[in-house]
Design a binder for this molecule. Structure first.
Ligand code: ADP
Ligand code: GLC
Length: 480
């Protein structure tokens, strides 16, 4: 049996702020259970819903020296959907109403988590062959394996993988503070190791010391070797190109299944989508106070409202879009300027624009099921899951050709009538608008072709099957 431990700062159903949680929550159960024992370790945040906390069982606790103090480390455990989850408990660090808060505090919090997660392993008696780390929050684990944990027999030979879900966030902080908190010596504070600028950098540590690096799509694996997408680490990505691979994300085919989804008004599948999907649109128009009209082109957005997702293009074109005969449904939270922009247009165009500035799993499912198209014009996109969810529900994505969007959405070709969505190349508001107008034209004037695209979109396989096998191959290669 090959043993793997996922280390992450979020994971569905326990805690989620974005796609990272979807991946860490849905991938472990897709490995071949006969050969792979994949477990997950997470912080136990006080903001987790009580029903999850009630499921956790106390396993052990110990004290660990960290940041000049002896600190409590509790370990709780639960088995959910056939996967074992461990939770690191410390009420000083993991309080608050969300997992991430102040930048400096987050650095200290996740350094503590990285050290505690490693320290907990011998105590709970689980020795993984591979520790699979996700994003900057777990970047110090490969470094510690090389440093203070390298001596003991227990840790010797444990391999590490660093997966980049988003290279933009790196977890850096002033080198002096970084060394003091992490306990790492000045040996690590050089530009070929953890240093960037005047800072120590957690993600860079993971990328230098991990035995293998992955990211969440082939295109992003190429893009991060360039200046534009490399976030200052492109040199390192080039240096480690032989250890870097892209493995595209999947989605949970049980949670996101239009045939069984309990959150949507009317279930459907690829055979009856053309008759049944419309019921969802009617229900959403009713619920959100939009004009009730089966034939209005309804465009959905479910997203963090940040620059990464291309909202400056949307902001630039929003007035023009509202002049068109379409409905726009937004669900998201994020930067105030974008929240206010959507609130403004919802006020100016009632019945046409619906701005839902909050977080809701149920509403996201309703939007994926109800809209005709889904707009995601990202500036960069390591993979993107929302477009996969849309495809699964027969809601056609309109995306910019970048990262995972480029790899998962095949643009409609009106000559051979292939494709699963619509796309544009340059980060340009007019190009986005033209792609949107082209999609609307196909929807209104060439409905039979539109319906054909729906069928193509729904027939694609974005489950974890193929990608889980690629991760297994990588673990096999690492373990030898
Ligand atoms: P990212 O991780 O960069 O935010 P992804 O497309 O990979 O982007 O994943 C986003 C996930 O978060 C999807 O599951 C999407 O449905 C969900 N999501 C984003 N905003 C909201 C929201 N306001 N309410 C509910 N779900 C949301
Ligand atoms: C990040 C990326 C997103 C990706 C997700 C899961 O949040 O922004 O593109 O889908 O991680 O890998």
């Amino acid at each position: 049996m090959r043993k793997v431990l996922f280390a992450s700062s979020e994971c569905v159903p326990f805690i989620k702020t974005g796609g990272l949680a979807d991946v860490v929550g849905s991938l472990p159960k897709c490995f071949d259970k006969e050969y792979y024992d994949v477990r997950v370790i997470l912080p136990k945040y006080s903001c987790m819903a009580q029903k999850w906390k009630d499921m956790m069982e106390y396993k052990t606790h110990f004290y660990m020296d960290f940041a000049g103090k002896s600190q409590y480390v509790g370990v709780l455990e639960t088995v959910y959907d056939g996967v074992t989850f461990y939770f690191i408990d410390n009420e000083y660090y993991f309080t608050g109403d969300k997992p991430y808060t102040d930048h400096h505090w987050d650095i200290e919090k996740f350094m503590f988590f990285d050290r505690a997660a490693l320290s907990a392993l011998p105590v709970i008696g689980f020795r993984p062959d591979v520790i699979h780390c996700h994003d900057w929050q777990t970047g110090l684990i490969p470094v510690y394996l090389h440093d203070s944990f390298a001596g003991g027999d227990f840790y010797r030979g444990i391999k590490s993988v660093m997966t980049i879900h988003n290279l933009k966030f790196q977890g850096n902080d002033n080198a002096e503070r970084f060394m003091w908190l992490s306990g790492l010596s000045s040996y690590y504070m050089t530009y070929d190791k953890l240093k960037t600028g005047i800072d120590g950098n957690m993600l860079k540590g993971g990328l230098v010391y991990a035995d293998a690096i992955t990211t969440v799509s082939d295109s992003y694996a190429e893009e991060i070797k360039t200046d534009f997408y490399g976030e200052g680490l492109n040199g390192l990505m080039v240096a480690r190109k032989n250890d870097l691979r892209g493995i595209v994300n999947g989605i949970d085919y049980d949670d996101y299944n239009p045939e069984t989804d309990k959150m949507i008004a009317c279930n459907y599948n690829i055979n009856n989508v053309l008759e049944k999907k419309i019921e969802n649109k009617r229900a959403l128009q009713e619920e959100l106070g939009l004009i009730r009209d089966d034939n209005k082109f309804m465009v959905g957005i479910v997203s963090r409202l940040t620059d990464q997702k291309g909202f400056d293009l949307i902001a630039y074109m929003m007035e023009k879009m509202c002049q068109q005969d379409m409905q726009i449904v937004v669900l998201g939270t994020g930067e105030a300027k974008y929240e206010d922009m959507f609130r403004h247009f919802a006020w100016k165009y009632p019945g046409k624009v619906s701005a839902n500035i909050y977080y809701s799993e149920a509403m996201s499912h309703k939007i994926y099921a109800s809209c005709d198209a889904f707009l995601m014009p990202s500036l960069f996109e390591p993979c993107g899951l929302s477009q996969l969810m849309s495809l699964r529900y027969g809601t056609l994505p309109i995306v910019r050709e970048t990262g995972g969007l480029k790899d998962t959405v095949q643009p409609f070709n009106q000559f051979d009538r292939t494709g699963t969505g619509f796309s544009f190349k340059n980060y340009n508001a007019h190009e986005m608008y033209n792609a949107l107008m082209f999609a609307m034209y196909i929807y209104i004037d060439r409905r039979a072709e539109w319906n054909g695209i729906i069928k193509s979109a729904m027939s694609k396989d974005f489950s974890w099957q193929a990608s889980a096998r690629k991760y297994q191959d990588m673990y096999d290669w690492l373990i030898g």
